[in-house]
Design a binder for this molecule. Structure first.
Ligand code: SAM
Length: 203
């Protein structure tokens, strides 16, 4: 996606300003807290962190966070957030997540970001994401389905149910919701959504 798509993200950040953390992340955090975690010094990665609605929650819950986003203006917004706590525990990396070597983490969050990766790059990236989960660590995030309006964009990865299940094989799936709905994008464009909301644990 080119420069115009970057402006698209700026419009997106404006539209979602002030929204709470994603449900998938909150579910993962609840599961971890139910098990007594996170441990001291736990590391979370936030892939495609955007203006930081999930990153600020991870910091608030005591994680060290590496936030990755291809759009540098995302981090100008994240660093300026009034609800940003523990900034010393935040590292921001500008780049495409599929180009970055991921450190081993206790939690990997990727809210509405993994689809924005070409299919051939995603195929190689997903095993690296799973490899970066420590044993017992959780993944929280979203994948795009084949019937989504964006599924035919060559810069996007869209998967059918079988392919999603194949990606999750070997993980303990704690939550999987396949959502299909006609609504709108955050910036108000009508859209058919086909999404997979996922929380899964590496055993
Ligand atoms: C729909 S927004 C989601 C932002 C945030 N995670 C949220 O839930 O609101 C997608 C974000 O992913 C970023 N992004 C898209 N493709 C990316 C890639 N390949 N690597 C890193 N960031 C990417 C965009 O810049 C944007 O901030």
């Amino acid at each position: 996606m080119g420069a115009s798509s970057n402006d698209r993200w700026i419009r997106y950040y404006d539209a979602i300003s002030g929204r709470p953390p994603r449900d998938t992340l909150l579910r993962a955090l609840s599961a971890i807290e139910a098990e007594g975690g996170p441990g001291p010094n736990a590391l979370a990665l936030d892939l495609g962190a955007g203006e930081g609605r999930d990153t600020v929650e991870l910091l608030r819950r005591g994680y060290r966070v590496i936030a990755i986003d291809v759009e540098p203006r995302a981090f100008e917004r994240l660093r300026a957030r009034p609800d940003l706590t523990r900034p010393e525990a935040l590292e921001t990396l500008v780049g495409r997540f599929e180009d970055i070597e991921l450190p081993e983490a206790d939690l990997i969050n990727a809210s509405f970001s993994l689809p924005f990766c070409r299919a051939e790059r995603f195929a190689a990236f997903w095993p690296r994401l799973i490899a970066a989960l420590k044993p017992g660590a959780l993944f929280a995030g979203h994948l795009l389905g084949k019937r989504d309006d964006w599924a035919h964009d060559p810069d996007v990865t869209a998967l059918d149910t079988e392919a999603v299940n194949a990606r999750l094989a070997g993980l303990l799936v704690e939550y999987l919701w396949e959502e299909e709905t006609d609504s709108a994008t955050a910036t108000g464009t009508p859209k058919h959504w086909h999404l997979f909301h996922i929380v899964a644990q590496k055993t």
